[in-house]
Design a protein around this ligand. Structure first.
Ligand SMILES: C[S@@+](CC[C@H](N)C(=O)[O-])C[C@H]1O[C@@H](n2cnc3c(N)ncnc32)[C@H](O)[C@@H]1O
Length: 203
């Protein structure tokens, strides 16, 4: 009898842990920010440059910048006539990026606290939008993709980076979701477990 009780308890605990692992959609905790500065395989600066191809003068949006690992690399590439907007649901993350940008003399980043499911920007105002290990964390990824498609210029680029963690989106699933918003995959780097994929609006 005792064995059955222990078995039931262990099963309930495992089910609870699994429900949390797969179901939790809280934003990445700021208290664990130091982990975000560790570059992930296949999602480094060189790979991002190759897939996003940021150019001087462009206006680009990053959704979910965390502590700025990608933002602090991309913003300088846009030059003084271009700029990087960053949107995050956590003000602590935005403040962190702005402090680091200031320390490095980067002055073309504009931070806005917002939910990616409802972007506070006009239609067609960005040359590119990118998210790295952020999309899977946001409940309702269709809403985010729809918003990204809306704020992109007609030939704009969307780049999504995903890594095999509990919020991972397999590349084939992302492709199907993006397709339904008129975003076509034009290139990708890395295996489905750790990839950067580029989509083009309107084509
Ligand atoms: C795992 S971190 C990724 C940070 C960074 N891109 C990197 O690779 O280091 C995900 C980020 O998405 C943000 N985020 C989560 N939900 C969001 C939402 N609904 N709208 C905007 N940002 C959100 C989190 O606050 C966090 O900064």
């Amino acid at each position: 009898m005792r064995k059955i009780h222990v078995g039931l308890l262990a099963g309930a605990a495992a089910a609870g842990a699994a429900a949390w692992w797969f179901g939790d959609r809280a934003p990445y905790p700021y208290a664990q920010r130091w982990l975000l500065d560790l570059p992930l395989p296949m999602l480094g600066a060189k790979q991002l440059d190759a897939v996003l191809d940021p150019r001087p003068g462009e206006r680009i949006l990053e959704i979910g910048p965390g502590t700025g690992l990608q933002a602090l690399h991309v913003a300088p590439a846009l030059g003084p006539r271009g700029g990087l907007d960053i949107v995050d649901i956590q003000q602590d993350m935005l403040d962190h990026v702005q402090r680091r940008a200031q320390d490095r003399g980067i002055d073309n980043i504009t931070a806005t606290r917002a939910d990616a499911r409802e972007l506070p920007f006009a239609d067609g105002c960005f040359d590119a939008v990118y998210l790295v290990t952020a999309l899977g964390e946001i409940p309702d990824q269709h809403a985010v993709l729809g918003e990204a498609a809306r704020v992109l210029t007609p030939q704009g680029r969307l780049v999504v980076g995903e890594f095999f963690d509990r919020h991972w989106i397999p590349r084939s699933r992302l492709r199907r979701m993006a397709d339904s918003h008129g975003l076509r995959m034009t290139t990708h780097r890395g295996p489905s477990l750790a990839y950067l994929a580029r989509f083009t609006a309107g084509g």
